[in-house]
Design a protein around this ligand. Sequence first.
Ligand code: MN3
Length: 381
Amino acid sequence: MIKNISILGSTGSIGTQALNVADNLGLNVCALTACSNIKTLEDQVRKYRPALAVVYDENKACEFKKNINDTDTKVMCGMEGLVAAATISSAQLVLNSVVGMVGLEPTISAANAKKNIALANKEALVVGGKLVIDAVKNNGVKLLPVDSEHSAIFQCLQGMPDKKALKKLILTASGGPFFGKRVDELKNVTLEQALNHPNWSMGAKITIDSATMMNKGLEIIEAKWLFDMPEDKIDVVVHRESIVHSLIEYCDNSIIAQLGLPDMRIPIQYAVTYPQRFPSPVGELDLTQICKLTFDKPDYQTFKCLNACKKALSMGGVATAIVNGANEIANELFRNKKISFLDIGELVSSSLDEVENFEPECVDDVLKADNMARKYVLSKI
Ligand code: MN3
């Protein structure tokens, strides 16, 4: 098992659970990064004594540096800092759990620095899938999924006889707080209702993405790149209980699933210990307590983001970066109570018609598409 880990996005939901996993496994933490939560990052630095701590927000970084000047931890900021944490020489594994497409450059940098990557930052694959996969392949490093659905598929795939035997991937979706609702019932939903996820405790951005089902759309794109599967072989099934984390179907119609309590520490730990398994602090799943597992079709009409992601995937080029960029800003505008819940789906869908698609050759091309999509959304409000 690896001993030294660098954690990008350590103050977020995945990051704090990753530190819990690191405690459980007795890992050394070499670098930690946060966007702007310097209070939590300071507590983490005092506990884990990493060589490097990064605050993405430059102004907060100055304040943070003063606050921890009695420690030996070096402080950096911005993208330069994130890349430094992703490439720090002592790390054997880089866990990337930053939120949003800002995670793209650190992911590619980590691969180029020959680091194995545990990826919770799905947006990196959504916006720059080909660039990330090329960097991973060219450097011969591992890209280990942390997203619970993709970890489930990855676990199901262990022991697959031959790629030709795999027929399809089946992603489960909780359906979020608004499953079963029609468009007219979603007109006036509040931020508080959208933030009230039935099963998972997550950060605000992904919780809203779950409510719009954009999260599942992003995960279809993520699955395409992680497992090299065409989009027509990736299905989505609504599973309200969040006990079956995803499934694969073989050519003989045998289906393999991974089950467990909805607790991210299982997928995080598996990415760290792969291919080994160790006891985890997560409780046992008692199937007789759960009693019943249900499965439904997703509603592509009401949850427009899901369709937009599928369409973007079939369009190719920077289309997936466009829907992601439009969603990142629309999600933020909704959280700031500037637009309505249904506006998110409208804006994400229309961005595909209004923002120019082209074939990206480098990270700058992806950043350009992201920027155009954000500008488009801001021009509409
Ligand atoms: Mn997920």
